[in-house]
Each structure stands twice: as C-alpha cells, then as structure tokens.
Design a protein around this ligand. Structure first.
Ligand code: ATP
Ligand code: MG
Length: 719
C-alpha cells in the first residue's frame, strides 16, 4: 500500500468532526468530548495521518496519558495504523526516562536516586516527628494530602494558605499537616530517595534550569499529544509547558465528566481553558458514541445528567451509534460472597457463549474488593488478570522464556514454523500446550507463556508493518530469531501482549479502556460513593467514577451490590447514583428521579429462583428469575395459556394483558403451579384473579385443552 493511500485509509475510519481534528494544521488542537466518542481514535489518527503524509516524523512525537495500560493501548492503536516509533507514555514514565538519561549530567555523575513507590512508611516517621501517632489509614490520608500539595506546586510553608483556598478537608489541623509535610521532606532527603512528584519536579528543573538539556529534549520532541487531559495536575502541566518551551504543536483531548483524579490535584480547568490559553486553537466537539449500545449510553447519560458542579456544565449528551443491545442488569445480593459467585458464574456463561475472557472486566472502587472476585473466578474455572499487578515482561517466567527463546534460535532448525518453534523452545522452561486448571499461580504462569505463543502466531500471520520514518522499509523475516528480537524490542517499550483472562481492575485504572462485557460491582453507599467522600465535590467525583465505569462497556453491562458485606451482616443501601432501572425494564425510565409512590410499595423482596438474586425489574419479578438465567418454560403449556387468555379477553372485551400479562403467563408456564397456594405465590396473581381464573389455570397446567375449559362457542356467544 502506498503511503498516501495508507493516510487516506486513516481518514476513512473517521467521522467529519474527527477528521477536522486529524487534519488540522500544526498548532493547538483541543477535542472536548464524551466517553467513547473516539477521542483516542482521533489523536492516534492525527499522529498517524501526519506521519504517513510525511508532515512529521513519529520519532518527534511525545504522546502522554495517565495510566500505563492506556499508554499501551495508544501504542497498540498506532501500530495498527501502521506507525512505529512514537513515544506513548505516562507523564511519570516519560519523566523517568528523561531523568535516567540526563541524571549523570545533571547530578554530576550520580545516578537518579531510588524512587519511592509509596509514601506511607516515611509519612509515618514524619508524623511521629511532628508528635502524631498514626495508623496505616491515618498515614495514608496524610500521604494523600502531601501528594495533593506537591502536585499542586505547594511547598510546606505555603500549605496552610493553599489548603484554605482550595477548601481542603484536611486530616488534621492544617498547621499540623504542614509540619508533617516539612518533616516528610527532611526524612526523605535523609533517606536518599525521591517520590513520584519529585521525579516530575526534577524533570521540570532539569529543563527550566539547564538550557543544554532543554535544547536536547526540545529537539527530540516537537509534537505533543495529551490524552485524558481533564486529569492533568499543575505539576504535570508545568512539565508539559517545559517540554513545549513556548511552542504550540499540542493536541489535547479530554472529557470533563471523566475527571476522577482531582483528589490528587488534577483539574479539568486546563482542558476547559485550553481554547482561551491558545487563541486560534482548532476546537472539536464529538457526541457520537461508537463504543456502547444505546442501552449503555442511555444509562450513562442518565447518571451524568444528575451531576452538579463545574465539570457538569460542559457535559454533552452522548448519542449511541451501535445497534440495540441487552438492557443493563441491576442486581442485588444478600452478601458479597454471593455477589462474587454470581458474577463469576455469569463470566463463565459469557465465555462459554463465545466472549473471549479478555473482553470481560470486573471493575470495583477499591483494590481490596479484588480478592473476592479472584476467589470466585478461580472456583468457576475462569482465568483472570489483576490489573496493576506485575508488568508482563518483568515476570520471572517471561524473563526465563526470553532467555530460552534466544538459546533456541541456535538449536531449532530455521525451517520450523515459528509458532511450533516457540512451543518447542518453551518446553525448556516447562511449558506445555495443555492448560492447567484455572486460577492460582500455576495457571497464571501458564497464561503468561501462552500469551507469548499467541504473539508468535500473530507475528507469523500478519504481514509486516513497514516502519515509517525509521529509514527504508525492510522485509521482515518470520524466524525465531526475528521474533525474539521483536519481543526484546517490545519489552523495552513495555508493549504488553494481552493475556487471556477476565480483567479485575479498579475504576480509576479502567479509564480510556473498553470491554465487551463490564461488571460494576459493590455499588453500595459507603463503597461508591466511598465513605471518605464528604464534600459535594468529592461526591461528584464519585459519580463521575461510576460514569467512567458504565461507559467502558460495549455490549453487556451488569451493576450489582450486596446488602451486607458478609452473610447476616449490617444492611447497606444501594449507591445513590443508581437510577431506577427497574419497572419497564427499559432504560427510557432510567434516572427519572424519585421513585413514584405506587412503585415504592413494591419493595417486597422477590428473588430469582435460579440464582437467588433480588429482582428489581417489574417483568423479572413476575417471571421470578433473571431474564438471563436459564428458562425452563413449558412451551406447550405457554401456548395453551396464550390461547386461553385470548378467548377470555375476547369474552370480556378487554385487552389480553388485563387478564394476565406475558410475564405472568411465562411464570405460570415455568413454575407449573399445582395448587392454589402455589398460584397465588406468582407475582401478578392476587386473590381476585385467583377467584376468577384459578380453576381454569390449574386445569390447563394439569394438561386440559383450551377447548375443554372455555369452549369456542363462548367466544361467539358471550351471554
Ligand atoms: P474514552 O473517553 O473512554 O477515552 P474515547 O473518546 O477516547 O473514549 P475511543 O476509545 O477512541 O473513544 O473510541 C471508542 C470506540 O469507538 C473504539 O472502539 C473506537 O475504535 C470506536 N470508534 C471511534 N470512532 C469511530 C468511528 N468514526 N467509526 C467507528 N468506530 C469508531
Ligand atoms: Mg480515550
């Protein structure tokens, strides 16, 4: 394919507004748009289009985002568009790389100090110096406060004023927090370590105070892209400004309704003010949601419609573009283990029905919720991957496998097909194609190595992608040696292959990603919103978290919570953010405000007789089971009941549903009640209907024909 047709191909996959963003001339571009509208697609396409038309070199692009997985996603999309060599990283990873490189020069030959991955231990020491005894939770609160201050460019001496201005809900007297903050800085320096904010500050300092470093970095990076720009904090913005050095080839994309890191100092103000800060910027708004079904989009709109505050002013109503899909399911369980078991069962059903496990995610508010799901998925035999767990290429077995592969390039004959050669090489580290039972460390290890085999298969199957801007195009040989090279290259870039398992992740880390099926679990007051959310702003951020979660789903969405943590435990209320999904079973009623009185009386608990979940939707309650639980309906009986209903309705000159609704008929045909007590237990049948129709229905269940119960004549002759 010629370079120009490849560029045209990129444009062909876009709508007119996206195309405006992609083809805008060099200079500031801002895409303000809702979830799933193709923001990430637009920025990656802009990079690809500019690279493929020769306007820029991919090596001069720095694309930043906020999670490692989102950065990996950007790299994967760029590769798919045929562009190699772009740096796509988190702010931290980009700063770390630059500082490692420049440390010898900036620190007079010393290496970069060790990076702290948690502040908690040193904060505990610092608090003790300030006369505070702290447990882990208290130390975590203080650490969070210090992180906010440092990300907001606030020094210990400025903390008291800054905290008051920002109306911080401080864990202690502000002066005390400032004292702990100052002590923390001292303790940290004494330990010879730096934290994540120090790393970003060092990068800023390196550029701002060292013209030679600035010049080198700015010569390297000339075109900047920031995805998820609504979550940038003042420190990161300062680094971005330092990279730019007054230049303006910057594309930002974001959605204020997805601001979920303001507790760490992030603010959507930079996104919102971008057009003012950059006069003449190309500003694009997108509303078509390409990711999710109209059902999921409807719920997302309903949830965010309730939002208040500054982020809410910019929200746009999403318009679903995909075909109709299933209604989101809202389920209540008695306790968390039951909830986790039901989720695992449903995951297994989805996988059995053909949804790959890697296209399923279970998302929760806090990492501590993960364990119950690890356990239930293990029991259900469903493979899973815990996000935020060890990085793929850093896993011991993967490193061993890479060594084995390299050794095998010398021993395995060159003509062996690549996948077979990889399987043979992995035998050296004890891997065999038969999967051990799901769950547990052994399976996890097997899955990681299976991912390497899968990569080899993909490598052998896809035609070579010609790197653009990296010199002449080269033929790519499909050999074990070439593949091993490719793996090492990927490891260097942290290009993680997808391990086939259900993703277990926090809502925060799910940002920017998407799955066919998404389970949002633990949606109870105290968990979402977390009990720590006290101010209206904090509560709004929790609402946006739910919005982020909902908008991750392409097709299936499940929302659930457990009334109690453990069996027999204290009762909890459902999350205040959940709209009333029930009744009509349609999302058109979602978010319609308070529950009308007539519907409140229906708070009698009805459980699914197959899985035990509490049923909320009117139709499901009548059915007596979740619409997705296996049905055991007696089709012949249902047919006869329908016939009978039609005749009765005709006789009485009323619509059929006045006699019995479809849901009641289905429930009758499933449960086949033999006695009046069983009849009246079915939702939709009260004493009156029992008196009117009980005898007929019991006869039909007993096998009677419709003609025997209500002869045809009665239709013509209603007297
Ligand atoms: P988020 O706010 O969650 O980060 P986003 O706005 O970045 O979402 P993308 O991830 O870029 O959205 O796109 C969502 C999905 O829609 C992706 O699967 C993408 O490939 C698809 N998509 C985007 N634009 C189009 C389009 N014009 N035609 C078809 N599919 C599209
Ligand atoms: Mg995105």
């Amino acid at each position: 394919m010629g370079v120009h047709s490849a560029a045209e191909q990129v444009l062909a996959g876009l709508d007119p507004e996206q195309r405006t963003a992609v083809t805008a001339p060099a200079g500031p571009v801002c895409v303000l748009a809702g979830a799933g509208t193709g923001k990430t697609r637009a920025v990656t396409s802009r990079i690809a289009h500019r690279a493929l038309t020769g306007a820029i070199s991919p090596r001069h692009v720095l694309a930043v985002t906020f999670t490692a997985r989102a950065a990996a996603e950007m790299r994967a999309r760029l590769t798919a568009l045929g562009v190699a060599g772009v740096q796509a990283r988190t702010f931290h990873a980009a700063a770390l790389r630059q500082m490692r490189y420049f440390a010898p020069r900036l620190l007079h030959g010393r290496a970069l100090p060790e990076l702290l991955d948690s502040k908690v231990r040193l904060v505990t020491l610092a608090a003790a110096r300030a006369g505070l005894r702290t447990d882990r939770a208290a130390a975590r609160d203080l650490a969070g406060e210090i992180e906010w201050a440092k990300s907001s460019l606030v020094e210990p001496g400025e903390y008291v004023v800054a905290a008051a201005k920002a109306q911080r809900d401080t864990p202690h007297e502000p002066a005390k927090v400032a004292e702990v903050f100052a002590a923390y800085e001292t303790v940290k320096r004494a330990n010879g370590v730096i934290d994540f904010e120090d790393l970003l500050r060092a990068a800023v300092w390196g550029i701002e105070e060292h013209p030679d470093v600035a010049e080198q970095i700015r010569a390297q990076y000339r075109h900047f892209v920031v995805d998820e720009y609504q979550d940038v904090n003042p420190l990161q913005q300062r680094l971005l400004d330092a990279w730019l050095g007054g230049r303006d080839d910057l594309t930002v994309v974001g959605d204020a309704s997805q601001t979920i890191y303001s507790f760490t100092g992030a603010t959507s103000a930079y996104l919102v003010d971008f057009p003012r800060r950059h006069r003449g910027a190309t500003v694009v708004r997108l509303v078509r949601d390409y990711r999710s079904t109209p059902q999921v989009v409807g719920l997302a709109n309903a949830v965010i419609a309730q939002a208040r505050g500054s982020e809410a002013r910019l929200r746009l109503e999403l318009v679903g573009q995909r075909p109709t899909g299933p209604e989101p399911e809202l389920r209540i369980f008695t306790d968390e283990p039951t909830e986790a078991t039901a989720v695992a069962t449903r995951c297994r059903q989805l996988v059995a029905a053909g949804t790959p496990a890697r296209e399923i995610a279970v998302l929760f508010r806090t990492n501590a919720q993960s364990e119950a799901y690890e356990k239930s998925l293990t029991e259900a035999g469903v493979p899973y991957v815990v996000q935020g767990a060890e990085r793929f290429f850093e896993r011991v077995e993967v490193r061993q496998a890479m060594v084995a592969l390299r050794a095998a390039t010398r021993s395995i004959p060159g003509e062996t097909p690549l996948p077979a050669a990889v399987v043979e090489a992995l035998a050296a580290v004890g891997w065999a194609p038969d999967a051990p039972p799901a769950g547990g460390a052994v399976r996890e290890r097997w899955e990681a190595l299976a991912a390497l085999v899968q990569l080899a298969e993909e490598y052998a199957a896809t035609p070579p992608v010609l790197p653009i801007g990296e010199g002449a195009a080269v033929e790519r040989p499909v050999t074990l040696a070439a593949f091993t090279e490719e793996l090492h290259r990927r490891a260097a870039q942290q290009h993680v292959p997808t391990v086939d398992g259900v993703t277990l992740a926090s809502l925060h880390s799910a940002k920017g990603l998407e799955w066919d099926a998404v389970f949002l679990v633990g949606l109870a007051e105290g968990t979402l919103p977390t009990g720590y959310a006290k101010t209206p702003e904090q509560v709004e951020e929790e609402r946006r978290l739910l919005y982020v979660g909902i908008t991750r789903a392409r097709q299936w969405l499940w929302l659930s919570y457990a009334s109690a943590r453990s069996p027999g435990g204290r009762n909890r209320r459902p999350s205040r953010f959940l709209p009333q999904l029930d009744r009509t079973g349609g999302s058109e009623r979602a978010g319609a405000g308070p529950v009308p009185r007539a519907e409140r009386r229906r708070n009698v608990v009805v459980s699914c007789r197959i899985c035990g979940a509490t049923l909320l939707a009117g139709g499901d309650r009548k059915l007596g089971r979740c619409p997705t639980c296996p049905s055991d309906v007696d089709e012949d009986l249902l047919e006869r009941l329908r016939d009978w209903r039609q005749r009765v309705a005709g006789t009485q000159r009323v619509p059929a549903y006045v006699v019995f609704t479809d849901a009641t008929l289905t429930a009758l045909a499933e449960r086949r009640p033999g006695r009046p007590e069983e009849l009246i237990a079915i939702a939709g049948i009260g004493p009156r209907k029992l008196g009117l129709y009980g005898e007929s229905v019991l006869a039909l269940v007993g096998g009677a024909t419709v003609d025997a119960i209500c002869p045809k004549e009665s239709l013509e002759n209603p007297s």
